[in-house]
Every structure is written in C-alpha cells, then in structure tokens.
Design a protein around this ligand. Structure first.
Ligand code: SAH
Length: 589
C-alpha cells in the first residue's frame, strides 16, 4: 500500500490577510495561529452569530477585524492586500464539511488558487495545519496526512520532550556564528592554507562530492562553515542548547589561532583544577590515562570495561565523533571536553587534548580519553600512547618510558567495537562468508595531505571497508575501477598506459561489484544504501549524506540482501539491531 504524503513548506505569512469564516472556538484558535505567524486575521461572520468569548476578546483588543456579514464570493477578492489586488492570502473555514457553504467556499478558492482549509474535510482543503512545537526560531510540525491528529499531537509532545529545553536559543547563537563566519571569510584564506586529515565526518550536503576536492582553493573558504556544520552534527544536543557567547567566541577564536601553535584553552584549568583550591598539595597518588573505544554509536555497544572507565574517570576527554548516547553516561560531576577537531586542525585538537590528559594525570587523576569505535582503527590511538609514554606514562609492563622516565603513571588501552566491522554487520553484510569472501580489508579513503591513497586491488573473495571515504566517493570509485593518472603517465606526463606490462597492472574492480554505503550505523537514523560500484556515486549524490558513513565493497554485500532485478539501489532506513534489548532481555548491571 502506498501512502500519500504532502509537500511540507513553511510560509512567511507576515502581513498576510487570512479570512476566517466561523464563530466557534476553532475560529478563535485559527485567529491565534494566524496572529502568531504575523498575519492579520479577518473574521467573517454575521452580527447575529454568537461569538466564542476568546474571539470576542481578540476583537475587543483590536487584534482581529470583524466583518459582520455573511460570506459572499466577492469577499475573497476585496478584503486582501492591495499589492496582490485585494485577493486574500488564505481562507480558514471552521464550520465543517456538512455545511453546504464550506464546499462552496472551497470550490471558489480552488478555482482561484486561494489556499483554503476547511475543518475536518481533507477533500475540501488545499492545505492543512501541522501540530507544532515552537522554541524560538525552531518549529517542528507533525502531520499524519489526515490519519489521527490525536496521535500527531502525542508524537509532537514526545518529540518536544526528547529535546533539551532552550534549544531555540542555540539556533540564535549558531545563526550568529554563521553570520560572523561569513563576515570574516577573508581571515580563513590566510589561516587555513594547509589542509590535511580531511575526514568525511564533515557536514555534507547533497552536493558534498564537490566540496572536498584536493588542493581546491575554494574548499578552504568553506572550512569554517563546515566546522560549524560539524558542531551541529556532533555536539550532543544538550551541549548545543547550553551554548554560550563564550563558546561562540571560542569557536571563532580557534579558527584565527589556527596558524599559531596550539595552546591549551583557558578553560583548561577550570576543567581540570576545579577543586584545586580545597585539595591539599600533591598527593603521591599516581595518575592514570585510559584510552578507550566507545563503539560505533549505540551506547549498548560499549564494553563493560569502557563503561566502568566512564564511571570512574575524573576527567573525560572525548573525540568529536563519540556518540551523544555514550556521553550521556558520564556522571554529571565529571568534566567532559570534546575535541575541537575540524578539517585542517586535527593535529592542534589532538595536541590540546594530550596536554590536558597529561596535566590532569600528573595531578593523580584518572583521565579517560574516549575515542569513537576502536582506538587503534583510524583513531590515532598509537600516536597517543607514544605521546603519553614520552611523558612518563607507560603501558603496563612498558620498558620504553621516555625522557621524563621513572613512570609518572600508567596508560591502559581498551578496545571498542569498530564501525569497520559492526556497520556491515548491522547492515546484514557478513564481512567474511564461506565461498564468498575469505578476507576483509579495512582502508581509509583519504590519504595524507588530501592525496588519494593507493587503492586496493580487486580480489574476488575480498571485502573492503573504506572509512573516511564518502566525501570523495566519486574519486574513490574511479580509482577502484580505472587507473589513476600517476599509474599510467611517466614523469614527462606522457600516457604510457599501453606500455605498462599487463602483469604490473593493478587488477581493477568490476563495475558491477556489489557495494553498500552504511551511515550512522547503530544510531536511530542508521541508513544503508545497497547498490553496485557503477551506481554508488549517483546514489549518494541523489540520497545525500548522513555522516559518519563508510563504504563496503565486495561480493559479501549481496550475500544476504540482493537487489531486485534492474534495481539501481535500495535505501534502508533505521536501526533495529538491538531491539531485543527492549524485549525484556536486558540483563541489567
Ligand atoms: N576508530 C573508529 C574509526 C574512526 S575514523 C572506529 O573504529 O570505528 C572515522 C570514520 O569511521 C568515519 O569517517 C566513518 O567512515 C567511520 N564511522 C565511524 N562511525 C561510524 C558509524 N556509526 N557508521 C558508519 N561509519 C562510521
């Protein structure tokens, strides 16, 4: 069964004239809705009508104009604004479907393209009103397209209740950041000449493929905007709702500081020393740094060890991608810092957190460095351990304690469920499968300094998982299915494709190889796009992107889920992989 859906739009109704026909409580409600959208309602009802008291009050207060006449067609064409030849902007009929007048008004309006709404009569309406939640500039509207308005308002309440209060004010602040970024665009060119570590967790629009082309000057211009996008995408909503003017300055500041060497932000002290005044001087307690993976997204995919570390930590230093549901598990009293990482400053953001970790651990604290997924899978975990070791914090049994030796404390590394293997699983893709795939390769789609890494060769029984790749899926697919310029040209730029011996050539991936794009695996808005290499670029362009996401390529992709014959791609929405937990199987603590 296919259901009809409406086209949802938001109308700027300021100064519009709304004609409201009726005198019941609903007419009063419509007047209220019209007024709150900045329109001018005109009530059209004969003097003999008994007015609802709320309506009477609005009339007495001068908010609503009352024309004491019975409806005539000409009202539609004479009561409106002068600039649109006096045609009214919209008509609300509140007397219901059985009233013959309702059908008549609807017909005349439809014929003259005047938007009309008749209560309880979908067939007479050209538009309907949504059940809305309003918080500052944020409006959320729900419609069930005529099926169950009671349920719609319940859903509205539940959606609203799930949002932190004051989210609306965050929009005002972020709107301000956006405006200031636009104004300060020229600074960006100077500050962000260099660009490494582009990952696909940037804010990507449907046109994102064009956004990150290597060495593209325009890309630099977009970076601050993209970082803003990342904040919107990754900061927990609660944190966003509490965004302050100081945060806004920090955001902008961190951009201007980019070219200089990173220094810990001033708020460092408040995060790590917040009870320094009443703590007696250094206890001989040894600090501890725990580097832990937080899994792909769903908090139930945390290991018990990481969960315990979250409970035990004195300070949590989280990467940007660490899922909000995981951060929610951090006790209220524990300070949390989230890396200010965005394309171009990954190193600075890392260094900042490293310094904070060492400083706090030297005070004898337990510091939890939370990474997304697994810390050693494209998580820079190794570099962190190396750094901590250089500052006297060694792995258990470590003989390599560096310059500051003597062992100031220890580092513990805890694994996490990596997205590289769990995302395919949640998409119904067995990474290895007897007789289909006997090897799995985990790759990055983005190389150092924006250069494409050498693409993996085709092996029929190989499953390849590409992380940080979707922002350049077009380039990646071209490299998998064809040769790169550097492979077929000699130093003089001459095309030597024909001369390169067949044996030396990299084996290319057939264009009909099955593949899947898996985004936000294990999150409620998980999305899987199943397709083939020759259609994946088109599919991603059309469906847009929902970072973070990865690409899986290989025959295993279609072992459990085949496309229908002739189907170019299929989109699957939502995550049900842990539903059983809600079915009473929760084993508790
Ligand atoms: N250490 C992480 C990977 C960090 S690199 C891990 O083990 O999972 C970041 C990349 O991981 C993203 O660009 C994306 O390709 C992938 N990724 C992370 N979380 C994901 C998720 N929930 N769904 C799909 N891909 C994800």
């Amino acid at each position: 069964m296919t259901t009809h859906v409406s086209m949802l739009t938001a109308t700027d109704a300021r100064s519009h004239i709304h004609l409201i026909v009726g005198s019941n409580p609903l007419a009063a409600a419509r007047c209220g809705q019209s007024l709150s959208a900045g329109a001018s309602p005109i009530l059209l009802v004969p003097e003999t009508a008994e007015l609802h008291y709320a309506l009477q009050k609005r009339i007495d207060d001068g908010e609503v104009k009352w024309i004491k006449e019975a409806f005539r067609d000409e009202h539609l064409f004479t009561l409106g604004r002068e600039e649109i030849d006096h045609v009214v902007d919209a008509v609300f009929v509140t007397s219901g479907p059985r009233e013959p007048l309702s059908a008549h008004i609807s017909t005349v309006c439809k014929r003259n393209r005047i938007p009309v709404n008749v209560v309880d009569a979908p067939q007479l309406c050209t538009f309907s009103l949504l059940s809305t939640h309003v918080d500052g500039p944020l409006q959320i509207g729900i419609t069930t397209n005529g099926r169950g308005c009671k349920l719609a308002s319940r859903i509205r309440r539940e959606v609203a209740a799930s949002l932190p209060p004051n989210l609306g004010s965050a929009f005002l602040r972020l709107g301000d950041v956006r405006r200031r970024i636009q104004e300060e665009d020229h600074l960006l060119h100077m500050a962000l000449a260099d660009g490494d570590d582009v990952d696909d967790s940037v804010d990507q629009l449907a046109s994102f493929n064009k956004l990150v082309t290597e060495a593209d000057i325009d890309a630099a211009k977009n970076r601050r905007m993209r970082w803003l996008g990342q904040i919107c995408e990754y900061w927990p909503l609660k944190r966003l709702a509490a965004i302050t003017d100081a945060d806004v300055s920090n955001i902008l500041q961190s951009y201007s500081d980019l070219s200089s060497s990173p220094s810990p932000p001033s708020s460092l002290n408040s995060a790590t020393n917040n009870n320094s005044n009443n703590t007696p001087s250094p206890p001989p307690k040894r600090g501890r740094i725990i580097l832990a993976g937080s899994g792909p997204g769903h908090p139930d995919l945390l290991t018990r060890a990481t969960h315990k570390a979250i409970r035990a930590a004195d300070l949590v230093l989280a990467d940007k991608l660490v899922p909000a549901g995981v951060l929610d598990l951090v006790p209220r009293r524990t300070p949390v810092r989230i890396a200010r990482k965005f394309p171009g400053n990954a190193d600075a953001a890392q260094a900042e957190l490293h310094e904070m970790a060492v400083q706090a651990a030297r005070e004898g604290k337990t510091v939890l460095r939370l990474k997304q997924g697994d810390p050693y899978v494209y998580g820079r975990g190794g570099e962190e351990v190396e750094f901590f070791r250089g500052h006297g914090f060694g792995l258990a049994g470590d003989r390599n304690l560096g310059a500051e030796g003597g062992g100031e404390g220890s580092v513990v590394v805890l694994p996490g469920v990596t997205s590289a293997l769990s995302a395919p699983l949640f998409a119904g893709i067995p990474s290895t499968q007897r007789d289909v795939a006997d090897q799995v390769l985990i790759c990055t789609g983005t190389g150092k300094k924006g250069k494409a890494p050498v693409p993996p060769e085709y092996v029929r029984s190989r499953t390849v998982v590409f992380l940080m790749a979707l922002h350049r899926v077009g380039g990646l697919v071209a490299e998998l299915t064809g040769y790169m310029d550097s492979e077929i040209r000699d130093e003089t730029g001459e095309n030597r494709e024909k001369e390169v011996g067949e044996a030396k050539k990299r084996v290319l991936w057939p264009r009909n190889t099955p593949c899947a794009v898996i985004e936000r695996a294990s999150c409620p808005d998980q999305r899987v796009i199943r397709t083939t290499l020759d259609r994946v670029v088109e599919a991603v362009e059309q469906e847009g992107s929902r970072p973070p996401g990865l690409l899986v390529v290989g025959a295993a992709c279609e072992f459990l889920n085949k496309l229908d014959k002739g189907q170019a791609w299929r989109v699957e929405e939502g995550f049900r992989g842990l539903d059983f937990v809600g079915d009473g199987l929760d084993l508790g603590e």
